[in-house]
Design a binder for this molecule. Structure first.
Ligand code: FMN
Length: 264
């Protein structure tokens, strides 16, 4: 019965969200003259006016070195991976967050070549251009202050770009998908398409989306191997998410992946 209930949630919720998100598609709203920015601004208004800003300290954490071996096989992680949407109110550790970020875009072959920005990664990348940016949205992670952090693969560190816990605002921008507010942390992906289109033209857009799939699957499998859960969320209001996370103008938001212990 539990499995059937979970299946139904897994099936119905995404369908609802995708249908709902179609109603809130930024472009559609712009085209029809409805001002999406008003909604976006109200979504972000609860953060005390510090959206996209820090106290200037740019607090940085050098993360614990990731493990390159573990107890769960790739086959078991593949067999058991499922999108999880019911998270426990329980902290994850800095080590777990570190491992997840490394799986997403961490360096596996360091290089001094400046173009590689640290070296080759866990994820394949067309032309090794690495058009993705990865963020950690921290709410309840042991040893890390709440905030939005940019992941810097070179040196395996995170640098705070927004102070404070933004999970509830992000949940509203993600069409009230409760798991965004409930999970203790999330990995967030954006794209700097220009890095790929400068070499590949329009095809660079395709390559960037493909690369996102590689990275996101790494996150799914790593979470599974750590006994954690995640879900790839693509339904959200772009402008609101960009504002809440303080994204630079050249970054396009792509995925929110809440991370945490879940109810089986
Ligand atoms: C591009 C993409 C966007 C998705 N967006 C959402 C989303 O906004 N909300 C959600 O709950 N699940 C989302 N999902 C997860 C799917 O609903 C889920 O993968 C699907 O139901 C299959 O279940 P499984 O991942 O457990 O195999 C998305 C998946 C993909 C690939």
């Amino acid at each position: 019965m539990k499995a059937i209930a979970r299946f139904k949630i897994g099936l119905v919720l995404p369908l609802f969200v995708v249908a709902f998100s179609a109603c809130f598609n930024n472009d559609e709203f712009s085209d029809s003259g409805i001002n999406v920015e008003i909604f976006a601004a109200s979504v972000g208004a609860g953060n005390g006016g510090v959206l996209g800003r820090t106290d200037g300290s740019r607090r940085t954490y050098v993360l614990p070195a990731p493990a390159t071996d573990g107890a769960v096989s790739v086959e078991a992680a593949l067999a058991n991976r499922r999108s999880q949407r019911l998270f426990q109110d329980r902290a994850i550790s800095m080590e777990q967050l570190s491992q997840i970020l490394w799986a997403a875009y961490g360096i596996t072959l360091p290089s001094a070549d400046a173009q590689l920005r640290g070296g080759l990664r866990t994820t394949p990348s067309a032309g090794a251009l690495f058009p993705l940016e990865v963020y950690a949205i921290v709410g309840n992670v042991e040893g890390i202050e709440p905030g939005v952090y940019r992941y810097v693969p070179d040196g395996h560190k995170i640098v705070r770009v927004v102070d404070g816990d933004v999970r509830n605002e992000l949940m509203r921008a993600a069409l009230y998908q409760q798991m965004v507010g409930a999970a203790p942390a999330a990995v967030f992906f954006s794209a700097v398409f220009g890095r790929a289109t400068a070499r590949y033209g329009e095809r660079g857009i395709r390559y960037t989306y493909i690369e996102l799939g590689h990275s996101a699957q790494n996150v799914y499998l790593q979470a599974e191997a750590l006994g954690l859960g995640t879900v790839a969320i693509g339904a959200f209001i772009d402008g609101a998410v960009s504002r809440i996370l303080g994204l630079p103008a050249n970054e396009t938001p792509l995925y929110i992946m809440p991370i945490g212990y879940f109810y089986r």
